[in-house]
Write a protein that binds this ligand. Structure first.
Ligand code: KIV
Ligand code: NA
Length: 266
């Protein structure tokens, strides 16, 4: 197996091969998904929600995020590791975005960065690409802008569809190597996918994207509560861990654990 690179994803698109992406924020998740053959791991700023327990992705800082990126890139032997640019670490100026991306690449050892936004991100995408930093774009519902977008809402319906295609084209022309589309009507995502040379990666964007992405605690059923419509649960890790913790607690309280086999003789 070889390390997945941006060129491989574009080749897969040309051949009509779909690919999977999962988030990862630590060593073991990265190691397991890498072993499973998932070609792209996203260290998402959803770490704000799924690691640190914040209500949104907005509070996440580079200083708390970079160690997670480093853990994933250290554990993934074959996957391409993409690191999100956290809210407020880009978009102020090209220099600010460049400095943040360089920290993710240098200290986090990411292979690429991801940032949210359409046409307004074109100058930054171009600057980063020119500097040797591959950029994954992210359009549709962009969680860092949830206060502007009025919460979690499908984007690109009706007249907004044309803007989505234009944004995709502009980001592609600026040098982005792929584009995440989040919560976009399936027919619109299909149209964007068809219009672009670079691969699209959907989350709540239908089956016609070139790739799909899910947050790992969602797909593995670690997070409780009602999952969003676009999530499919492939395991019940929460139930399994809960059962294990309850059993362990009982064993300790009853003196069943540790047994002789877990103890050292004199
Ligand atoms: O942060 C994240 O997990 C993401 C994916 C949902 C695309 O941006
Ligand atoms: Na994100």
């Amino acid at each position: 197996r070889r390390r997945t690179r941006t060129v491989h994803l574009q080749q897969m698109k040309q051949k009509g091969e779909r690919f999977a992406m999962l988030t990862a924020y630590d060593q073991y998740s990265a190691e397991i998904f890498d072993e499973a053959g998932v070609p792209v791991l996203l260290v998402g700023d959803s770490a704000g929600n799924n690691v640190f327990g914040y209500e949104t992705t907005l509070p996440l800082t580079l200083d708390e995020f970079i160690p997670l990126v480093r853990a994933v890139s250290g554990a993934a032997k074959y996957a391409m590791v993409v690191a999100d640019m956290p809210f407020g670490t880009y978009g102020g100026s090209i220099q600010q975005g460049f400095d943040s991306a360089v920290r993710l690449m240098k200290e986090g050892r990411a292979h690429a960065v991801k940032l949210e936004g359409g046409a307004p991100m074109v100058p930054l995408v171009k600057a980063l690409t020119d500097a040797g930093i591959p950029v994954m774009a992210h359009i549709g519902f962009t969680p860092q802008s949830e206060h502007n977008l009025g919460g979690y809402r499908v984007q690109g319906r009706g007249e907004a569809a044309a803007k989505m295609i234009a944004d995709g084209r502009a980001l592609q022309d600026a040098g982005a190597f792929s584009i995440v589309m989040e919560m976009v009507p399936a027919p619109v995502a299909a149209e964007v996918t068809k219009a672009l040379r670079i691969p699209t990666i959907g989350i709540g964007a239908g089956v016609d994207c070139d790739g799909q992405v899910l947050v790992w605690q969602d797909f593995a059923g670690l997070r409780g509560g009602k999952a969003p419509r676009f999530v499919k649960r492939y395991a019940d890790l929460r139930g399994e861990l809960l059962r294990a913790a309850q059993e362990y607690k009982q064993d300790v309280e009853s003196g069943t654990f540790p047994a002789a086999e877990h103890s050292f003789a004199e």
